[in-house]
Design a protein around this ligand. Structure first.
Ligand code: FES
Length: 556
């Protein structure tokens, strides 16, 4: 069975168990109303889960989820993993041992021995007769819920819509077990009151066919049998891991990282396993499940010897437009020495999963904006360094927020200069309109700041802005943690030249005809010029806008 099928099967099983848990909690929560409401809810609950399809789905999901968990434990080459994943694993491995008591005492007792398990009998046991079991059962359900919530969070967090619903889901995740717990407490009190009525307990236990001592002993034996089998299965997996480890260490491969560090790992380890084993920070937003693409690496040596990517890996790589020499570190097990280069910063956020592979750079049409503050150098000469820093930070705040509000990406703040990109996602038409809107907001922001700081300024501040649109190579550039999105190429060069031209013409804005065309804007009312650009054949047609406020408004 391929990895993709295993993954789907596991997800399907997990979703069945999650549905069961949600309905179980909802049924408990009815205890807030009354025991009768709980019993009525239980009728529907059992109609679903004790029907033949419900039974097959539930117990099939339990078996599949459990077996796949053991299989994945065997498959993992290293047990080093992020804290969230370790928590989910630990909870998952504990749950079968904790749940077996309840499952055998209810479902198995009903199925094999004809013992009924109405809420009254179960709550009497857990609340009145053996509250320590009640505490353990409550803890078990909370841990199962936590295990499920971690799984859901790490499953959904790459979805673009997830940030919008995260708070709602978090509220539900808190509310549901809380209500279930309150329902259990309310039911416990109600049953405790009923149990004080002479004869009620005996009558209820008789009606439910409560297990006689011999039957109870049988149930304990079933429970013990399950626990022993589970522990043996766990031990067998750990033993198999140990044997495999001994065999694998006979043949090691060397993985070389960009820093020059070489990590030797047994054949069979993934590249991500190697990074984790050697404590090399490596992005792995989905925890090495081949879902997020953030672990991707460029193989600069040894690509030909790597086993072909599975269908699942190929799909993920295709989704991010990865180059042929790029592989998922969590899915690639080098049989020979390789040299790798992680393509995303270790601190990458879930939102970057499946983003275009900007680290590799690619050519696209964008609008590029350059801005510069007039006379800043002269003004700074007469100010204390702290004042200059304060002033610049206020200025960058004003222009930076204008750029991001319009949909752009601020890219460089050098001295008093700013570079920004527009249309990376939306294309040059939207990008050009956004850049023009940003220009107008920047001029307004600088005017407002100028008025605020009028007492400290020799003259009102003025800004010069140049905008050009065209093809550029866009990508994340930098090193280590210091990656930023930027663009290089002729378009950037021209945009910088247009910003300089604003000085020559005493204008607030100079835009290329290409920007006007992309934006669908008629700028024929403004003076035109063919501008020479150094090291560039051909001239650039531009429009000179003395005051940005005079731009026609229809593009906004
Ligand atoms: S860690 Fe997510 S795909 Fe490799």
């Amino acid at each position: 069975m391929s990895t993709i099928h295993v993954r789907r099967l596991r997800l399907g099983a997990a979703l069945v168990l999650l549905t069961y848990l949600i309905l179980h909690f909802s049924n408990h929560a009815l205890g807030i109303i009354s025991l009768d409401a709980m019993a009525a809810g239980r009728w529907w609950f059992l109609a679903l889960w004790r029907s033949t399809p419900g039974t097959l789905a539930l117990y099939g999901a339990l078996v599949i989820h459990g077996l796949l968990a053991l299989w994945l434990l065997y498959q993992r080459r290293t047990l080093r993993m992020p804290a969230w994943e370790a928590t989910q694993y630990a909870l998952g491995l504990m749950l079968p041992a904790l749940l077996v008591v309840h499952v055998v005492g209810t479902r198995i007792a009903w199925w094999r021995l004809g013992v009924d398990d109405p809420y009254t009998r179960i709550v009497l046991t857990l609340w009145v007769q053996a509250p320590e079991y009640g505490a353990r059962q409550t803890l078990t359900l909370v841990l199962a819920w936590l295990h499920a919530c971690i799984g859901v969070h790490f499953w959904l967090r790459f979805r673009p819509w997830y940030p919008r619903v995260r708070l709602t889901l978090f509220t539900v995740a808190l509310l549901l077990p809380t209500l279930a717990l309150l329902g259990f407490v309310a039911a416990g009190r109600e049953v405790a009151a009923l149990a004080r009525t002479p004869g009620w307990t005996e009558a209820m236990l008789a009606a439910a066919h409560a297990p006689a001592p011999a039957v109870a002993a049988k149930l304990v034996a079933i429970r013990q049998g399950f626990l022993t089998a589970y522990l043996w299965a766990l031990l067998a997996v750990l033993l198999a891991r140990g044997i495999r480890r001994l065999q694998e260490w006979r043949r090691a491969v060397r993985i070389t990282y960009p820093s020059g560090r070489v990590v030797a790992v047994p054949v069979g380890f993934t590249i991500l396993d190697a990074s984790r084993m050697a404590d090399i920070p490596h992005a792995s937003v989905c925890g090495g499940r081949g879902r997020c693409s953030t672990c991707r690496v460029r193989i600069s040596h040894g690509l030909a010897q790597l086993p072909a990517a599975t269908e699942a890996e190929r799909r993920v790589l295709a989704r991010v437009g990865a180059a042929p020499d790029v592989r998922l570190a969590c899915q690639t097990r080098p049989p020979r020495d390789v040299t790798v280069e992680p393509l995303l910063a270790p601190s990458v956020a879930p939102a970057d999963a499946f983003g275009t592979d900007l680290r590799q750079g690619h050519e696209q049409e964008v609008a590029v904006l350059f801005a510069d503050l007039r006379g800043f150098t002269r003004m700074a000469e007469h100010k204390l360094p702290y004042d200059v820093v304060f002033f610049l930070n206020r200025y960058f705040e004003a222009v930076g927020s204008a750029i991001t509000s319009a949909g752009g990406v601020t890219n460089q703040f050098t001295g008093d200069g700013v570079m920004a990109l527009f249309g990376i996602e939306a294309g040059p038409a939207t990008g050009s309109r956004q850049a023009l809107a940003a220009a107008r907001a920047m001029v307004q922001g600088v005017a407002t700041l100028s008025a605020e700081l009028a007492g400290d300024l020799p003259a009102p501040m003025r800004i010069g802005i140049g905008i050009h649109a065209g093809p550029a190579v866009v990508g994340r550039m930098g090193w280590g943690e210091s990656f930023y999105l930027t663009a290089v190429g002729d378009t950037v060069h021209v945009a910088a030249r247009l910003e300089q031209a604003t000085k020559d013409h005493g204008a607030e804005l100079v835009v290329s005809e290409d920007v006007a065309r992309h934006a669908g804007l008629d700028l024929s009312a403004f003076p035109t010029q063919d501008l020479a650009v150094r090291n560039r054949a051909g001239r650039v047609g531009v429009r000179i806008i003395p005051h940005v406020a005079d731009l026609p408004l229809q593009f906004l």
